[in-house]
Design a protein around this ligand. Structure first.
Ligand code: 8X3
Length: 245
């Protein structure tokens, strides 16, 4: 056991999740890390003196077992999720859409529902959900992902009203281009396509986003940062960026 407040971070084996685990540990949290890839998860957990627990947010039983194994929770960072595919609606792959809704929306629902009693019991709970600029507007070929991110955002934003008067803060983080495995997953391991997303500009790093998450998490209890959008300087929207060369 620990006297540090507990933060739960989903999707914590890499990218924004792993960087957030590091940033929160640095800010004094005991971090419980959840993800599917246990070997990578355990390596990050060891680094931050945290606890690694296997979690597949798309699997109801896995999410329930994870929630059960978390003894207490003051902060939940809903980070697990992602995109698959980038096609016009006419060519969209139904299985990709199903996965995106399962991972981003139902996954967030499972973890949030499951941990709400523990967040409330902490007397000073906080839910931080990493949505995306894809939760703010549509973009061509992105309807499966923008649709899932909008739905995830609605779940999160609705809680702001439903939990009003309770000791639980809600912060939505809307990142633009962040160089992680995000694009590699979206393009099923096609490195050239993934690298092309960040071509000619400096994207955000996972650490850039984690800094902002840690900032939101360390404000005094009465301060609620509702929504934070962050993009690289060279990006103005999901469909508009300036590239050199
Ligand atoms: C990732 C940002 O613009 O690829 O969530 O949708 S974007």
């Amino acid at each position: 056991m620990t006297d540090r407040p507990t933060a739960v971070v989903t999707g914590a084996s890499s990218g924004i999740g792993a960087a957030t685990a590091r940033a929160l540990a640095g800010a004094g949290f005991h971090v419980v890390l959840g993800a599917r890839r246990v070997d990578r998860l355990e390596a990050v957990a060891k680094e931050v003196d945290g606890t690694a627990l296997r979690l597949d947010v798309t699997d109801k039983a896995s999410a329930a077992a994870f929630v059960e194994a978390v003894p207490e929770c003051r902060l939940l960072v809903n980070n697990a999720g992602g995109a698959k595919g980038l096609e016009p609606v006419e060519e969209a792959d139904e299985d990709d859409w199903r996965w995106m809704f399962e991972a981003n929306v139902i996954g967030t629902l499972r973890l949030t529902q499951g941990l709400l009693p523990k967040l409330r019991a902490s007397g000073d709970g906080h839910i931080i959900t990493v949505t995306s600029i894809a939760a703010l507007a549509p973009y061509d070929n992105g309807a499966g992902y923008t649709g899932a991110k909008h739905a995830q955002a609605m779940l999160h934003r609705t809680l702001r009203g439903e939990l009003l008067g309770q000791p639980i803060r809600l912060t939505e983080i809307c990142p633009g281009m962040v160089e992680t495995e995000f694009s590699l997953v979206r393009f099923e391991g096609d490195r050239e396509k993934a690298d092309n997303v960040y071509r000619g500009l400096t994207p955000l790093s996972a650490e850039d986003v984690a800094d902002v998450i840690a900032f939101a998490a360390t404000r005094p209890s009465h301060v609620n940062l509702d929504q934070i959008t962050l993009m690289p300087r060279a990006q103005a929207s999901a469909s508009r960026a300036h590239r050199e060369g």
